[in-house]
Each structure stands twice: as C-alpha cells, then as structure tokens.
Design a protein around this ligand. Structure first.
Ligand code: HEC
Length: 106
C-alpha cells in the first residue's frame, strides 16, 4: 500500500512538471493533464499503466456516462475508492474546470 502511494506520488510529481510547461490550453485542460491524465489517460481512455493497475473506467464507459457533472465534482473533491481526494490540492474552481474538460473527452 505504502509503495503504491509512493509510486503514485512520483508519477504525480512527474506529470505536474510536464503539465506546468504549456500555457496555450484551457485551464481545465492544463489541470486535467497535470493532475488527472496519469490515471485517466490523456484522452480519458484509462489507457495508462496506472489506469490499468487501478482499474480506472474509461470516460466512454456506461458507468462514467451515467455520472452528472455534480457527481464527478463530488468524487474528485472527496475521492472515491482508489481515486485520491483533491480537496485542498486543487481549488473548487480547478476541480470543476478539470471535470468539465474530462467530460468533453468522451
Ligand atoms: C492516482 C490515480 C488517479 C488520479 C490522479 C485521478 N483519478 Fe479519478 N479515478 C481514479 C480511480 C482508481 C477511479 C475509480 C474509483 C472507483 O470507483 O473505485 C477514479 C474515478 C474517477 C471518477 C468517477 C467517480 C465515480 O463516481 O465513479 C471521476 C469523475 C474522476 N475519477 C475524475 C478525476 C479527475 C477530474 C481527476 C483530476 C483532478 C482525477 N480523477 C485524478 C484514479 C485517479
């Protein structure tokens, strides 16, 4: 468990650095790429190694499609299962923007 968290922290740090370099994109897209893409995939397809390890659902899956924007904001704020909570790490505004961008990927 601790090892998983450490691996994810390293992954998160790497993606953060990569994410902070581009400015010619929407805030939601930047946040998504920096904070979400390593687990959900750049296109939301859950095709990254961490996504496979954590069994993340692709954005196009029926389960994901059932979720409203509010459901997704809540899951991202509070965390769900293996999905980390972003409360205190991202502002409410950043979470909303990332979710809105995430929802455009399907
Ligand atoms: C460390 C990997 C990881 C990161 C980073 C991550 N997620 Fe997730 N996410 C998951 C996993 C795993 C699930 C599946 C949770 C479950 O149902 O057990 C999930 C599920 C979700 C869901 C569906 C929740 C539900 O109700 O089923 C949403 C929406 C979501 N993530 C959005 C985001 C957003 C937005 C970000 C970036 C701010 C993000 N995630 C970052 C791993 C991650």
């Amino acid at each position: 468990m601790t090892r998983t968290i450490r691996t994810l922290a390293v992954l998160a740090a790497t993606v953060c650095m990569a994410g902070s370099m581009g400015f010619a994109q929407s805030a939601g897209e930047a946040t998504y790429k920096a904070k979400c893409a390593m687990c959900h995939g750049a296109k939301g397809a859950a095709d990254t190694p961490s996504a496979k390890m954590l069994k993340v659902m692709p954005i196009a899956s029926p389960e994901m499609k059932k979720l409203s924007e509010a459901d997704m904001i809540k899951a991202t704020t509070d965390g769900k299962g293996k999905m980390p909570s972003f409360k205190g790490k991202l502002s409410d505004e950043q979470i909303k923007e990332a979710v809105v961008y995430f929802r455009t990927l399907k």
